[in-house]
Design a protein around this ligand. Structure first.
Ligand code: SF4
Length: 424
């Protein structure tokens, strides 16, 4: 009999939600005495958590899986955002494909009898084994009802299902009690949290309740859909000290016809109005966005609207993607008629504006003092993020990991700041 403790390797593609999913998978596998390894070749089981939007994530799986075939006895499992169109190819690579809602079944797939995690338990209620000791992700919902035409989430994760506020608050309370200093509430669209629950809280109410928990911590959330961001939410962010002055608000395009084709259900005017309200109420404020260039049919003129919008908003950060058709999405049927060269050119143009604005915004902070949550130490520097999500580094002889410190900013680059501990 082979008594060697079995090892598993988690390969996480994509977003924060996938990290939160991995933390639950970890709980299940640890409960059956499997050991996590970060060396892929040592693993008996490889679990891949696939990504929702980009075809490139799926393509990477094909590349990596070539080595797996040569390894006898290796078990490979795929979960996360996998559409039915991906399945025939994936079934040739992986031993098992499971829906993310079904991860409780992992012991059974590995032929292990275990009653530690009930198979009927909602997977988001599995107590996670957090990846970090300072910052934690807390999913508040899973799935989405929006059907943006470039995204597979509604087909892979299903319709939006919110966790009860009672369970979310319990988890947050426990995290703060255990010394966590930052909580990020996660959902594909946090702004529609609770709409599927009867007699529970709305998102602004939930945010307020988490903010009111006792302790010293920061609160962030992601992601907000512009069509559902309410004035009430903006007020809650503006009026509460634990909620960070940071908004990630994906715009996706600055052109109304393209937004319509993407099924985003807002206009650029609505988006800009939200940005104005946010800027007027919350100061200082760090704003980031997601945008896609080269969506099918996006003309040069339409793309210019994205340029105009970038120039107006002056984002601090933007995640700019070149459109790539993903099977199982609405836009997959549309002709991907913008050349890669043109997509690259458009990305470059937005990048250039972003870098100019981000540098300008960062320069304004020189000689100001920022509160930082220190989360990393490398060589002579400590690193952390400010409340406004700016990357800051500084030197110190003391171990300051996991602490809030005040840093006087002395230097800036496009996306980072450097300073020294404020004296006195
Ligand atoms: S809001 Fe749109 S992009 Fe976001 S998860 Fe839902 S369908 Fe996907």
């Amino acid at each position: 009999m082979d008594n060697k403790q079995k090892k598993y390797y988690l390969w996480i593609l994509g977003c924060q939600m996938n990290i939160a999913d991995a933390e639950r998978i970890r709980t299940i596998l640890n409960s059956i005495n499997y050991l996590e390894t970060n060396i892929e070749k040592d693993a008996d089981v490889i679990i891949t958590i696939a990504c929702s939007v980009k075809q490139s994530g799926i393509d990477r799986i094909f590349g990596k899986s070539k080595n797996w075939k040569k390894r006898k006895n290796l078990i490979t499992i795929l979960t996360g955002c996998v559409v039915k169109e991906d399945k025939p190819k994936m079934e040739k690579i992986f031993n098992h494909l499971i829906n993310i809602h079904e991860i409780n079944k992992l012991p059974r797939l590995l032929n292990i009898e275990s009653d530690k995690i009930s198979p009927s338990r909602d997977y988001l209620e599995i107590l996670p084994q957090y990846s970090d000791k300072i910052k934690a992700y807390v999913p508040i919902s899973n799935g989405c009802n929006n059907f943006c035409t470039y995204c597979v989430v509604p087909n892979t994760r299903g319709r939006e299902k919110s966790r009860s506020s009672e369970n979310i608050l319990k988890e947050c309370k426990e995290l703060i009690k255990n010394g966590y200093k930052e909580i990020t509430l996660l959902g594909q669209n946090v702004n529609s949290y609770g709409l599927d629950l009867k007699n529970d809280l709305s998102f602004p109410e939930l945010l307020q309740k988490v903010n009111d928990l006792e302790g010293s911590f920061w609160l962030r959330f992601s992601t907000s859909h512009p069509k559902d961001m309410s004035d009430e939410l903006i007020e809650v962010i503006a009026n509460n000290k634990n909620i960070c002055n940071y908004i990630h608000l994906p715009v996706q395009s600055g052109n109304n016809d393209v937004l319509k084709k993407m099924n985003r259900n807002y206009t650029k005017e609505h988006y800009l109005e939200l940005i104005n309200k946010l800027k007027n109420k919350i100061n200082p404020l760090f704003i980031s966005t997601d945008i896609i260039v080269g969506f099918p049919g996006e003309t040069k003129k339409q793309f210019k609207d994205s340029i105009k919008l970038f120039k107006k908003v002056k984002f601090d950060m933007a995640y700019i993607s070149q459109y790539s058709p993903r099977q199982g999405t609405g836009s997959f049927k549309l002709e991907d008629n913008i050349s890669n060269k043109e997509k690259k050119k458009r990305k470059f143009k937005l990048d250039k504006i972003l870098k100019k604005d981000a540098l300008k915004n960062n320069k304004k902070i020189i000689s100001k003092t920022l509160k930082i949550l220190v989360d990393r130490h490398k060589n002579e520097y400590y690193y952390g993020k400010s409340e406004t999500y700016r990357d800051v580094r500084f030197k110190s002889n003391k171990n300051l990991l996991g602490q809030f410190v005040k840093i006087k900013i002395l230097k800036s680059t496009t996306f980072s700041l450097e300073g020294e501990i404020k004296k006195g």
